[in-house]
Design a protein around this ligand. Structure first.
Ligand SMILES: NC(=O)c1ccc[n+]([C@@H]2O[C@H](COP(=O)([O-])OP(=O)(O)OC[C@H]3O[C@@H](n4cnc5c(N)ncnc54)[C@H](O)[C@@H]3O)[C@@H](O)[C@H]2O)c1
Length: 317
């Protein structure tokens, strides 16, 4: 299936890969981004670009008048610490902005909305690892609340507005174009530092775990979710939600080892005080995406790390 899609955040890390994946699958792509973090040059050739804030009238009208089949929503305030310091700004972008787009999508008869949720935050500190979608949700940050509340908006405004909504709950996404200065980018930070011969700092004992999924695999999930014949609806929020992850738990100590092995370089590793509020374990069960979306990760960790390293080296030239 192909059609016309609006990718918000299409100048950002994940959104730009998603835009590329849609183009490769024959879709007509419009990227909407205010360039607050994204870069114009990351919007792929072949995609139309609209510079606007998702909270603006212009963005609302783009959805209402754009003739899109699908809205793929990636634009967000993504920093957990910003959400703690300034929850109103987080809610303004992540909730008011999303509601503004969804109201436009309903007017524009968009048939499906694919939303970038986060499996790293909606479950809070989950009791079950790997965590399946029906696990109780109890976020522990305002950013987590905004992701979970967005899934509620998607469900309710979809029912009222006549579109289907799919939530993709990403694990820790890594790959080319991830800003090493961003809080989410521990893989980018480690790869860029090892390439520069600089030591790595691990907070706490390094035995905390994460589930690292390659951005190209994440982008493919968006295209598959857009092409699903129909989206299940049910009496629970997790019915139209899919974890997009690897199901593999990696410690931060293990990540440091993987990066040095993949790049063939050794650097010193030091430990610093643990950061308060950090999750101890995070790893998502991906059997539902495999079963219902026909999606599973394909890029091995070493290959994804090598692709990220090549991107950094290209940037340095
Ligand atoms: N990176 C991860 O590991 C991860 C994990 C779970 C969920 N997510 C979600 O995936 C999505 C993409 O994240 P990313 O890592 O690519 O981040 P990113 O910052 O690279 O991309 C977000 C994009 O949104 C744009 N944007 C921000 N505010 C905007 C606004 N008000 N109006 C218009 N555009 C705006 C930014 O300029 C940027 O290009 C986000 O919704 C994020 O919450 C990311």
């Amino acid at each position: 299936m192909s059609g016309s899609v609006c990718v918000t955040g299409g100048a950002g890390f994940i959104g730009s890969h998603i835009a590329e994946a849609y183009l490769a699958a024959g879709w007509s792509v419009t990227c909407l981004d205010d360039l607050s973090r994204g870069k114009r040059e990351q919007v792929p050739a072949g995609a139309r670009f609209v510079e606007a804030d998702i909270r603006s009238r212009e963005a609302h009208e783009l959805l209402a008048d754009g003739g899109f089949d699908v809205l793929n929503h990636q634009a967000a305030q993504i920093d957990v610490r910003v959400s703690v310091e300034d929850p109103a700004t987080d809610a303004s972008i992540n909730l008011v902005g999303f509601a503004n787009l969804l109201a436009g999508a309903a007017k524009g008869r968009v048939s499906r909305v694919v939303f970038a949720s986060s499996g790293g935050v909606v479950y809070g500190d989950p009791a079950v690892i790997p965590t399946p979608e029906p696990t109780a949700t109890l976020p522990i940050s305002p950013y987590g609340v905004s992701k979970l509340a967005s899934e509620h908006y998607l469900r309710v405004l979809g029912t009222l507005g006549g579109f289907e909504g799919v939530a993709l709950r990403y694990a820790n996404v890594y790959g080319p174009r991830q800003d090493p200065k961003s809080e989410a980018g521990v893989v980018s930070i480690f790869v860029s530092r090892v390439l520069a011969g600089q030591g790595l700092t691990i907070f706490g004992d390094g035995e905390q775990t994460r589930d690292y999924v390659y951005v190209g695999d994440v982008a493919r999930a968006s295209v598959l979710a857009s092409g699903l014949a129909s989206v299940q609806r049910g009496d629970r929020l997790d019915v139209p939600a899919f974890n997009i992850a690897t199901g593999t738990e990696t410690t931060v100590n293990g990540l440091a080892r993987h990066v040095m092995d993949a790049l063939g370089r050794e650097v010193p590793v030091e430990h610093a005080a643990a950061r308060p509020g950090e999750l101890v374990r995070s790893c998502l069960d991906i059997s539902k995406a495999d079963r219902e979306l026909g999606w599973r990760p394909e890029v091995p960790f070493a290959e994804g790390l090598a692709a990220l390293a090549r991107w950094f080296e290209g940037m340095a030239r």
